[in-house]
Design a binder for this molecule. Structure first.
Ligand SMILES: [Fe+2]
Length: 448
C-alpha cells in the first residue's frame, strides 16, 4: 500500500543542516522578533519495506530551528531528537540521563520551561535538548516522573506553573496529574483513577481547574502485541467522559460528566465561567476507526464550544464553525483566561488524502473568521502567535507558520501581522531546506 504519511511533504528529510548565515527574505522581518521558532515533527530515520507499518504519529522526532534577530533571519538548523530508539537505527549517541521506559519518539512538541528546552511526545518521557539541538537527555524531573508526559502541557501566564498529565498504557494508574513550578521543579503529582488506558492527547486548564478528556480511543494490547505502530481503536461502547478537577486537587476531587462518544485531539483554550468551564475544542465524530496508515479520523474536526457545568452534571455543545481546522493556538498570555482570538490550520475536505490549505483566525466575540490563503500548491503548518513588543490588544502580534511550496519542493517561514491576517505576509523567510509537515512548536525568545 502507499502510505500518504510517507510521501510528498510528509516524507522525511535525511540531512541535518547547520545554516548559520543570513537567510533570504522577501519583505521585512519584524525587528522585535529576537529568538528561535522551534518546530517538532515526525521524520522517520528508517522506513519499513511495508509502508503500512508506519503511522504518522510514530516517526522519529526532528526539531527545526529558525533564528530571527534584529530584523533578519539569521539561521536554520535541524536535528533529530537523540532518543534511544533513534540511536539503535542510526548509531547516534544514546541520550544521557535516566533510562526511558517506553522509547517514545519525542516527535510532537517542543517547549522551553525553567531554562530547559524539552521535546515531548505523549508515549514517552521528555527529552531535554542542548542549545545546538545535537544532544538529548531524558528528563524525568529528578526522578519525579513515573509515566510519560503529555505533549500538551499548559503554562499558566500568571504563576509560571506548567500543568500537565501523563498516560500510562500498561497498568493503573492510567492517568497522572502533575504541576511543575516556574523554575522547573516538579511540585505536585496526583494519581487519577480511570477504568482503562485511552489516547488522551490534550486537556483543558483554566486559572483554577483542569478538565480531563476520557474519550473512547482505547489502547488495545492485542494490536500492540502484533506490532501495530499505534495500537488504539475506536470503542464507543467504552463511553466518553469529561473530568473536572481543581488544579490543587487530587483524584478524589474529579467530577466526571458523561458525554456522547466523540474524539478531541486538541483544545484551543479553556476558562472559568462561574461554576462552569468554557472549553473550545476541535471535535471529531470518531477517530481511529480506520486501518493504520490510512486516515486518522473518518470525519473532519470542527471548532466547537463546550460549556462544562459540574454542578448541573451537564455539557452543552455549540458548533462555532463548519470548516475543518486543526492545530489550534492562541495568544499564550490568555491561556486559561477568556480568549477572543484563535488561530488554526485549515484542512482539506478529504481525511483519506490529508492536506493543509490555509490558516484561519477566529474572532470568537464577533463570531467572525478571517482566512490567510498561502496560494495554490502552498501548505501551511501550525500557526504560532507571538505578541509584538508594543502589542497591547490580544491580537497585536505576529503569526508564524512554516509553509511548504510544492512548486519548488521547498519551505518558507511566513510571518503575518495578526491584525491584518489575510495578508500579504510582512515577511517570507526562504528556508535552505524542506521542512516536512510536523505537529507543534514554540517561539523561544533569545533571553528565555
Ligand atoms: Fe497535538
Amino acid at each position: 500500500m502507499v502510505n500518504p504519511y510517507l510521501h510528498g511533504n510528509f516524507g522525511p528529510v535525511l540531512d541535518e543542516r547547520s545554516d548559520d548565515h543570513e537567510l533570504e527574505v522577501t519583505g521585512v522581518v519584524p525587528p522585535d522578533l529576537n529568538g528561535r521558532l522551534l518546530r517538532n515533527g515526525p521524520n522517520p530515520a528508517v522506513v519499513a519495506d511495508d509502508e503500512a507499518d508506519y503511522h504518522w504519529f510514530s516517526g522519529d522526532g526532528m526539531i527545526h530551528a529558525i533564528s530571527l534577530a534584529g530584523g533578519k533571519a539569521t539561521g536554520y538548523r535541524n536535528r533529530w531528537v537523540r532518543t534511544r530508539s533513534l540511536s539503535s537505527k542510526l548509531g547516534t549517541s544514546l541520550p544521557n540521563g535516566p533510562s526511558e521506559p517506553l522509547d517514545g519518539p519525542a516527535n510532537t512538541h517542543v517547549i522551553r520551561h525553567g531554562g530547559t528546552t524539552l521535546a515531548l511526545v505523549e508515549s514517552g518521557f521528555p527529552h531535554a535538548l542542548s542549545d545546538d539541538l545535537g544532544r538529548a537527555r531524558v528528563h524525568d524531573f529528578d526522578g519525579g516522573l513515573a509515566s510519560p508526559m503529555t505533549a500538551h502541557p499548559k503554562l499558566d501566564p500568571d504563576t509560571g506553573e506548567l500543568v500537565f498529565f501523563g498516560s500510562d498504557v500498561f497498568g493503573p494508574p492510567f492517568l497522572r496529574y502533575h504541576v511543575v513550578d516556574a523554575a522547573g521543579a516538579l511540585v505536585q503529582t496526583e494519581e487519577i483513577e480511570v477504568p482503562r488506558a485511552t489516547m488522551m492527547h490534550d486537556f483543558g486548564v483554566t486559572s483554577s481547574r483542569v478538565v480531563f478528556l476520557d474519550l473512547p480511543v482505547v489502547f488495545d494490547l492485542e494490536l500492540a502485541a502484533v506490532g501495530r505502530p499505534l495500537p488504539y481503536r475506536w470503542m464507543p461502547e467504552a463511553g466518553a467522559r469529561l473530568g473536572v478537577m481543581p488544579r490543587s486537587g487530587g483524584g478524589d476531587d474529579v467530577r466526571w460528566i458523561s458525554i456522547d462518544p466523540v474524539y478531541v485531539f486538541h483544545v484551543l483554550n479553556a476558562y472559568d465561567a462561574g461554576d462552569a468551564v468554557v472549553m473550545d475544542v476541535l471535535r471529531y465524530d470518531r477517530a481511529f476507526d480506520t486501518a493504520p496508515g490510512e486516515a486518522i479520523a473518518s470525519g473532519l474536526p470542527m471548532l466547537a464550544r463546550w460549556t462544562v457545568d459540574p454542578s448541573a452534571n451537564r455539557v452543552t455543545e455549540q458548533r462555532l464553525d463548519d470548516v475543518p481546522v486543526e492545530f489550534p493556538r492562541i495568544d499564550d498570555a490568555v491561556a486559561g483566561r477568556p480568549h477572543r482570538y484563535g488561530y488554526c490550520t485549515r484542512l482539506g475536505e478529504r481525511p483519506e488524502d490529508p492536506s493543509f490549505e490555509g490558516l484561519v483566525k477566529y474572532d470568537l466575540v464577533r463570531d467572525e473568521s478571517t482566512r490567510f490563503d498561502p496560494g495554490e500548491y502552498h501548505s501551511p503548518g501550525e500557526a504560532v502567535f507571538v505578541k509584538a513588543a508594543d502589542g497591547r490588544g490580544e491580537d497585536e502580534g505576529w503569526v508564524l507558520s512554516v509553509v511548504f511550496d510544492a512548486t519548488r519542493g521547498a519551505s518558507d517561514l511566513v510571518i503575518l501581522d495578526a491584525t491584518s491576517f489575510a495578508g500579504p505576509p510582512v515577511a517570507t523567510v526562504h528556508l535552505p531546506a524542506r521542512v516536512p509537515f510536523g505537529f507543534h512548536g514554540s517561539w523561544v525568545p533569545t533571553d528565555s
